[in-house]
Design a protein around this ligand. Structure first.
Ligand code: OSB
Ligand code: MG
Length: 372
């Protein structure tokens, strides 16, 4: 296969206002910050990637500013001017740097955009995707009052989302979940603890068992698959791991001790598409459902997630909403919109299959750095 040379790499720090502030168990965000990466090749092709870290390092140790630093000082010097035949060789070139999978994934996403363009294929086709539409659901932030929560959920259902994921934290969990369940008895419903609980909450979390949830996502800390295994033994509800799974090896270890029954895959979190496919394949071979997570991506990261979610093992609705769930305007020309069946359509043009709206991109760019 033709090799691709990374001739010029442009980093942009974008900051896009959210339509509504979003609160997780620890932090409230009013803007989406991200490092966007453009890689230009010798023959003028351009590939785009997004680093999914948030502005504040609460989900994990990576943040937007840390992504920028690690890319500038460590990762870009390893790949600039180099040629790569496949994602494996790119990954090996980045291996001197430990961790920092979100920063690495931004580069890897741009690689795949270029790679699929060179093949004249959409990324979904390139990866062997089997769906033309991917099922989605809405992730619902922690709310101050039950009334406000019900109003938000009702709004998403009205817009057409068929699955709701409620963010929970100690003190805002069982009652809130009961409220939604009692209001919508047949709703596909799941909860996400974002690592805010510990094993002392096990009996309390077991109260969620009566609500017929699809899963409880990452109740315990990022590092701890051992305690998750103990918790899962005491819950009927399936545990799903998000923060704890950074690689296919992590997934294999977690499944081998039954720390979870479901895995949330975020290409940005696990180091990119290649590692996502490895987790997907492992889970498919063991009959473990996976689904596509989200990190409030701009149109670039969203396009990547949609393409990866078109693989056959993604059997549960993903956190891949329409662009308008978060943003007044996206940085791509045609924002992602929700179909009537609670799906997004998988792009079919080459690469990521989205066109950058350069005017809007410039409007939201707060810093730019070119390496060549
Ligand atoms: O835990 O899944 C999470 C967003 C940022 C960080 C972590 C998470 C989330 C979400 C939002 O739940 C999902 C989305 O992008 O819609
Ligand atoms: Mg999560």
């Amino acid at each position: 296969m033709a090799k691709m040379k990374f001739n010029r790499i442009t980093l942009r720090h974008v900051r896009m206002p959210f339509r509504h502030a979003f609160s997780t168990s620890r932090w409230t965000l009013t803007h989406k910050d991200a490092i966007l990466i453009e890689i230009a090749t010798e023959d003028g092709l351009k590939g785009w990637g997004e680093c999914v870290a948030l502005a504040y390092p609460d989900y994990c140790y990576e943040s937007t500013a840390i992504n920028a630093l690690v890319l500038r000082d460590y990762l870009i010097p390893l790949v600039l001017g180099q040629e790569f035949a496949d994602a494996q060789s790119l990954w090996e070139a980045l291996s001197p740097v430990a961790g920092h999978r979100m920063a690495k994934a931004g580069l890897e996403c741009a690689f795949w955009d270029l790679d699929a363009q060179m093949q004249g294929q959409s990324l979904s086709q390139r990866l062997g995707g089997t769906r033309t539409r991917v099922e989605t659901g809405a992730s619902v932030s922690v709310h101050d009052s039950p009334e406000a929560l019900l109003k938000t959920v009702a709004g998403y259902l009205q817009e057409g989302y068929k699955r709701i994921k409620l963010k929970i934290k100690p003190g805002k969990d069982v009652l809130e979940t009961a409220l939604i369940r009692n209001t919508w008895p047949d709703l596909m419903l799941q909860v996400d603890g974002n690592a805010s609980y510990n094993l002392e909450h096990a009996a309390h979390l077991a109260k969620l068992d009566e609500f017929g949830l699809l899963m409880i996502e990452q109740p315990l800390s990022n590092e701890d698959i051992i305690d998750h295994a103990q918790l899962q033994r005491n819950l009927r509800t399936a545990v799903c791991l998000d923060e704890s799974i950074l690689s296919a090896d992590d997934a294999r270890r977690a499944l081998s001790i039954e720390a979870c029954r479901i895995i949330n895959i975020k290409p940005g979190r696990v180091g990119g598409v290649r590692e996502s496919v490895r987790i997907h394949d492992l889970c498919l071979s063991q009959g473990v459902p996976v689904w596509m997570g989200g990190m409030f991506e701009t149109g670039i990261g969203r396009a990547l997630n949609v393409a990866v979610a078109s693989l056959p093992g993604f059997s549960l609705p993903g956190d891949i909403s329409a662009s308008s769930k978060y943003f007044e305007e996206d940085i791509i020309e045609l924002p992602f919109t929700l179909n009537e069946d609670s799906t997004l359509t998988v792009p079919t043009s080459p690469g990521l299959g989205v066109q950058i709206d350069t005017k809007r991109l410039d409007k939201y760019t707060i810093a730019r750095d070119v390496f060549q």
